[in-house]
Write a protein that binds this ligand. Structure first.
Ligand code: C2E
Ligand code: MG
Ligand code: MG
Ligand code: MG
Length: 275
């Protein structure tokens, strides 16, 4: 049956992954070469207003292509990049490429001055002493305002009050960049960081959105997170919106922005529909 076929394919895929994992060094070398060799690409997914579905920004998502094919998904190579330090050059490339693209759209008049570019930051990048300079250099050369650059970080990277990381976040936020807490609700962390960290956005994780209409607890969580975001003066974004029923529910709950396959899958810069 087609189900068996799928399973066979999957186990073949997994054994290939196993071979790759056994040669982690090989993959690390491949990634090192790939970063410098033009194998990384960015795709962009639109972020839309729930009220009228107008695109207000995009999120940049990195891809690793080799010979025209996907070489590995980000959920595989980002952790590798993080554990090997390659996330620093990779992350710098993502910042430069994404901000340059925003500048190109701005200057072509494709988007307005308040159109935003969201960039995922690994916690490792927060300890890169060049991070702020890298961001500033990208914004200066692309002539885009810092407040149009949104930096997505996960809760796992948020540490206790008074740690050096707080200073890093405060200086980057003080320079004008906006922080967004990605995959909100999935991290093993306390909410107390909301008391002192300079965050402008909360992104509700896809796992809560997927249960929004079927699981009353997910619905309660989504409603609570939207309320929490607004009480803190933050914008609330829902991730992984796949159906119009989910979008309508989010509209009713007052969620500001939404992102997901319903509104647009991640695509190349040339294919982004900004309407
Ligand atoms: P994320 O930042 O939470 O990004 C959202 C992920 O959900 C993306 O997966 C996106 O393609 C996918 N997605 C978007 N809409 C839907 C939907 O409606 N349904 C479903 N099922 N999925 C949806 P992707 O591109 O594979 O990225 C996975 C993760 O890899 C990202 O999660 C982010 O944590 C990380 N990542 C991607 N690009 C970068 C990057 O440039 N730097 C860093 N540090 N991490 C990155
Ligand atoms: Mg993200
Ligand atoms: Mg996310
Ligand atoms: Mg995620």
């Amino acid at each position: 049956s087609s189900k068996d076929l799928g399973r066979n394919r999957m186990s073949r895929f997994e054994s290939l992954l196993g071979e790759k994992a056994s040669s982690r060094f090989h993959m690390e070398q491949a990634l090192r070469v790939g970063i410098g060799g033009g194998e990384l690409l960015l795709e962009y997914q639109t972020v839309s207003r729930t009220s009228d579905q107008a695109a207000v920004g995009v999120e940049a998502l990195v891809r690793w292509h080799r010979d025209g094919l996907v070489h590995a998904p980000p959920n595989d190579f980002i952790p590798l990049a993080e554990s090997t330090g390659l996330i620093i050059p990779l992350g710098r490339w993502v910042i430069s490429e994404a901000v340059t693209q925003l500048g190109a759209w701005r200057h072509a008049g494709v988007v307005g001055a308040d159109f935003t570019m969201a960039i995922n930051l690994s916690p490792v990048q927060l300890s890169d002493s060049e991070l702020l300079r890298t961001l500033d250099a990208a914004c200066d050369s692309a002539e885009v305002s810092k407040s149009s650059v949104i930096l997505e970080i996960t809760e796992s990277s948020l540490v206790s009050e008074g740690s050096p990381m707080t200073d890093v976040l405060n200086s980057i936020s003080g320079a004008g960049y906006v922080f967004s807490i990605d995959d909100f609700g999935t991290g093993h962390s306390s909410l107390s960081y909301l008391r002192y960290l300079p965050t402008g956005q909360i992104k509700i994780d896809r796992s809560f959105v997927s249960g929004l209409l079927t699981n009353p607890r997910d619905a309660a969580l989504v409603a609570a997170v939207i309320g929490l975001a607004h009480d803190f003066g933050m914008i609330c974004v829902a991730e992984g919106v796949e159906t119009s029923a989910q979008l309508e529910a989010l509209q009713r709950l007052g969620c500001d922005l939404a992102q997901g396959f319903l509104l647009g899958a991640p695509v190349s810069a040339a294919d982004v529909r900004i309407t």
